[in-house]
Design a protein around this ligand. Structure first.
Ligand SMILES: C[S@@+](CC[C@H](N)C(=O)[O-])C[C@H]1O[C@@H](n2cnc3c(N)ncnc32)[C@H](O)[C@@H]1O
Length: 195
């Protein structure tokens, strides 16, 4: 079965838990990691990796210098990710729910991360889960780090990310099915969960 067929089937069955009709294109995947300076070593966490189009770009760019932790809840997607990237020395696939991100990082001795890349259906999360996610992001993301979130609803959720970050830049990518984009966010607000 192709990635597209698998993805579409899961979307039709699970709706907002998958939140996308198809895997991200190569162009959207590249735009999603464009905030990252690959000339230096980075610890990058990818959340909601699906079949791994962004993971592939991260694995290519890591080049033996960076560490990529990939979190995916769906067992079928996690198996595909392990099959494709399990042997890559810079990539670790973690099958689990982002709700347990804190523990996943702690178990791996990761106190701080340079960048977070998210394919999660963040706007569909209940408010409390959004707050929990950004509490962990605030704690682990380095001050100069970035949080990068794909979206298939261009610009609609800008307000959501503006609540959590001082700097939110939106990049539209028409070369995706459907046309999509990415929020490139920096400087998380200290008290975002009270705003
Ligand atoms: C919109 S898809 C993005 C997939 C991939 N990153 C891409 O760009 O094609 C969202 C992904 O987030 C995963 N996901 C949804 N909720 C999750 C959660 N609570 N914890 C971990 N992964 C989750 C879904 O299983 C799905 O693979």
């Amino acid at each position: 079965m192709s990635d597209f067929t698998l993805f579409l089937g899961k979307f039709l069955r699970q709706g907002t838990a998958i939140a996308s009709l198809a895997p991200s294109s190569r162009w959207l995947s590249r735009a999603t990691v464009s905030n990252i300076d690959w000339t230096r070593p980075n610890v990058v966490v990818e959340l909601g990796a699906g079949t791994g189009p962004i993971t592939r770009v991260l694995a290519e760019r890591a080049a033996g210098r960076s560490r990529i932790l990939v979190v995916e809840r769906d067992p079928d997607f996690a198996r595909i990710l392990r099959d494709r990237h399990g042997d890559h020395p810079d990539v670790e696939v973690v099958e689990g729910d982002v709700r347990d991100l804190d523990a996943m990082l702690r178990d791996r001795g990761v106190a701080q991360v340079d960048h977070i890349v998210s394919g999660l259906p963040t706007p569909s999360f209940p408010k409390e889960s959004q707050l929990d996610l950004f509490r962990v992001v605030r704690r682990v993301l380095k001050p100069e780090g970035s949080f990068n979130q794909i979206t298939e609803m261009p610009l609609v959720y800008r307000g959501l990310y503006r609540r959590f970050f001082e700097e939110v830049r939106f990049v539209f990518e028409p070369r995706n099915f459907p046309p999509a984009g990415v929020y490139l966010c920096r400087r998380i607000k200290p008290a975002a969960d009270r705003s």
